[in-house]
Write a protein that binds this ligand. Sequence first.
Ligand SMILES: CSCCC(=O)C(=O)COP(=O)(O)O
Ligand SMILES: [Zn+2]
Length: 195
Amino acid sequence: MSIQDELLAAISWAAQRGWAPATGGNFSSRTDKGYLVTASGVDKTCVTASDLLLCNLDGGVLEGDGKPSAESDLHAALYRLDSTISCVLHTHTVASTVLSRRFPEGIELSGFEMQKALQGNQTHTATIHLPVVPNSQDMNELADNVRAGWPMPWGFLVVGHGIYAVGSTIAECRRHLEAIEFLLACTLEESRWSK
Ligand SMILES: CSCCC(=O)C(=O)COP(=O)(O)O
Ligand SMILES: [Zn+2]
């Protein structure tokens, strides 16, 4: 499968799960010339090849019509920051939005078997830290917030905004995104126990 087709499949997969409501979310994959990224403001449930733009690593458009994602410069910053990142998938979900507002200093996870889906983890007994960074409409500032907490091998949350998952392949990035979302859904559910 081509990178373009694999990225389109990942976008459709995420959007069908309701993780990209109201045009929220943006998705990209590294290519030999830069990265392919979703156009801004498109309905992510029906993205086609014409909704993808090819950008260079400074975020400049090389090919494609329309405007790249409003958050394209953050994708570019991530590809520049870490040469092992080949895919960035960003979603807006209820669990990530609520928990990033509740825990802006980051989220500790332990005891979940699903932690092992996050690269480098072999046991549910470890305590792992899911980083949360402050939101900004300025992508340079948002990228600075991410750089301040680097490395973030699976991705991070942005306060009141959503999940940015990263991976060395599109498949790994999908696994990280799904695992993070699952772990956050469990954490949100558990927060109801004390009520
Ligand atoms: C509709 S949600 C606000 C914008 C946003 O956070 C997002 O992820 C989508 O922006 P894009 O320009 O990539 O469509
Ligand atoms: Zn967003």
